[in-house]
Design a protein around this ligand. Structure first.
Ligand code: FAD
Ligand code: NAP
Length: 427
């Protein structure tokens, strides 16, 4: 056992981050492995690993340059005193705008001109990767000499004020604005705003750990923990951006150094049946495969006699078949009794989702459920898990001869709550 937690994370060593989608795939999914060293960290299949990322160094450096701060100015944060560089790197999320930050700009605008105590005389953007510094605007400091990009803060024609009012008065505009922008975009849209380092950090979102379903069995990989991670990347307003933690793991966390802050997040419910003779049905498209790879490794290690049925799916069989060799080997060895694959973006076959295959094999699936099989779902919470849930109810109607109300009660009350054999790990 160890004392590591989200507040006191272990610094783990990433030993692999291999791409498991095809290089030409429209997705980037990686199999990421960590050595647990002498941490004493333990886990069981079904648990999740928490990772505490940091913001990309170039983004922090660009932001500090744009704000005219120096790296070593000290601010008070929820984690105590820190330099502004440390705070923007490790304590706050700066890769996406926070609504609270925009709402908190209210004090920056007033009818009588600038309220801020600092007077900016220019803003240049420094590009960390090239070292180049580009002047965005400068100002002599005289009232009648405002640069063209610059209006007095809070004046009626101040574009910053007009934009800010449009955001705080319309929740849809706010969501739309923050969805694709970060603080560099905000400072470019509101070039006349200035901040002290303390003012800037006050309304930022605190940096949060991200959880990942563990994709390995500790018995099959002693001393290691493995993940299946979909890297979130997108381009908005001419700049490449991405998810904080996935891009951190893919691009910034170095291999073979003990430096990735992590902790275990154990589950009490998403567990294998105690009796290894019990059959299990696993539905896990995309990264939802992760805990099921771990389950299968564990059932193989334990020599469990129960049957294993996996529904997996992703965009294409050629580019997105995660763990293809392992799954085929398990199918061949008989560990996987049944493997059903749903491809959603193949040119030559109609879009197929995992629940379509569940429905297609509804009669057999129902016979497994009637025989006491556990039913597991992992992956996208908002679309997939809802549709899979409804499909399970529909199967109970069609093959269990139940009314829709009884089928709903059977699935939601009996299987989920009383028998605890319908288990979900959805996000
Ligand atoms: C229990 C649990 C288990 C999980 N297991 C896994 C797992 O096994 N594998 C896995 O990959 N993930 C898993 N996740 C999700 C994971 O925790 C992260 O949420 C995910 O990796 C994204 O984190 P991020 O920091 O990279 O992205 P963030 O910086 O948090 O950003 C993600 C957000 O970006 C936004 N976004 C996405 N696309 C765009 C776009 N084009 N434009 C603008 N914004 C966009 C979305 O709103 C999304 O919510 C799990 C989550 C939970 C709660
Ligand atoms: N930033 C991005 O561009 C981006 C891209 C992908 C995923 N993500 C996010 O990244 C996380 C992990 O992604 P992932 O790889 O696990 O999975 P995913 O890309 O969301 O989906 C995996 C498979 O599930 C399919 N699917 C979509 N809707 C479904 C539904 N209603 N029922 C059943 N299957 C459905 C997808 O088909 P389709 O061909 O219809 O998509 C795809 O074949 C998720 O949280 C997801 O929201 C973000």
């Amino acid at each position: 056992m160890s004392d590591y937690s989200s507040k006191n994370p272990y610094l783990g060593e990433m030993i692999d981050k291999k791409l498991i989608t095809h290089p030409d795939s429209t997705k980037e999914t990686r199999h990421i492995c960590f050595d647990l060293g002498k941490s004493g960290l333990e886990y069981k299949v079904g648990d999740a690993l928490g990772i505490i990322p940091h913001n990309p160094p170039e983004l922090v450096s660009d932001l500090i340059g744009l704000l005219n701060f120096s790296n070593d100015e000290v601010v008070e944060t929820h984690l105590g005193e820190a330099t502004i560089e440390e705070a923007l790197t490790n304590h706050y999320e700066v890769h996406r705008l926070s609504k609270k930050f925009i709402q908190g700009l209210e004090g920056k605008f007033s009818d009588s001109g600038p309220k801020v105590s600092l007077r900016l005389v220019g803003r240049s953007r420094k590009y960390a990767h090239t070292g180049e510094s580009k002047l965005q605007w400068n100002w002599s400091g005289e009232k009648d000499d405002y640069p063209a990009e610059f209006s007095p803060v809070g004046s009626a024609d101040d574009p910053a004020l007009i934009l800010w009012e449009s955001l705080v008065n319309n929740p849809d505009s706010m969501e739309d604005y923050i969805w694709s922008r970060d603080y560099i975009d905000l400072l470019s849209d509101m070039p006349n705003l200035s901040f002290t380092p303390q003012e800037f950090v006050t309304n930022l979102d605190r940096l949060k750990p991200r959880l990942y379903s563990i994709a390995s069995s500790p018995d099959a990989h002693p001393g290691e923990v493995e993940l299946t991670v979909a890297i979130v990347r997108y381009n908005h307003h001419g700049r490449d951006r991405g998810g904080l933690c996935t891009v951190y793991m893919a691009d910034h966390a170095p291999l073979n150094e003990m430096c990735v802050p992590m902790f275990m997040s154990p589950t009490r419910s998403f567990i294998l049946p105690k009796d290894g003779d019990t059959d299990i049905i696993m539905v896990g498209p995309g990264t939802g495969i992760a805990p099921f790879r771990a389950f299968l490794e564990q059932r193989e290690f334990d020599k469990s006699k129960g049957r294993n049925w996996l529904f997996f799916g992703d965009r294409t069989s050629t580019h997105d078949y995660l763990y293809e060799n392992e799954l085929n080997d398990w199918k061949e060895s008989g560990l996987l009794t049944k493997l059903d694959l749903a491809w959603s973006r193949m040119a030559d076959i109609p879009k197929t989702y995992v629940q379509n295959l569940m429905a297609k094999h509804g009669e057999e699936l129902w016979s497994w459920i009637e025989g006491g099989a556990y039913f597991y779902v992992c992956g996208d919470k908002f679309r997939m898990a809802k549709d899979v849930h409804q499909t399970l109810i529909d199967i109970a109607v069609e093959h269990g001869g139940m009314s829709p109300e009884d089928a709903k009660e059977f699935v939601e009350k009996r299987m989920m709550k009383e028998e605890k054999r319908y288990l979900r790990d959805v996000y």
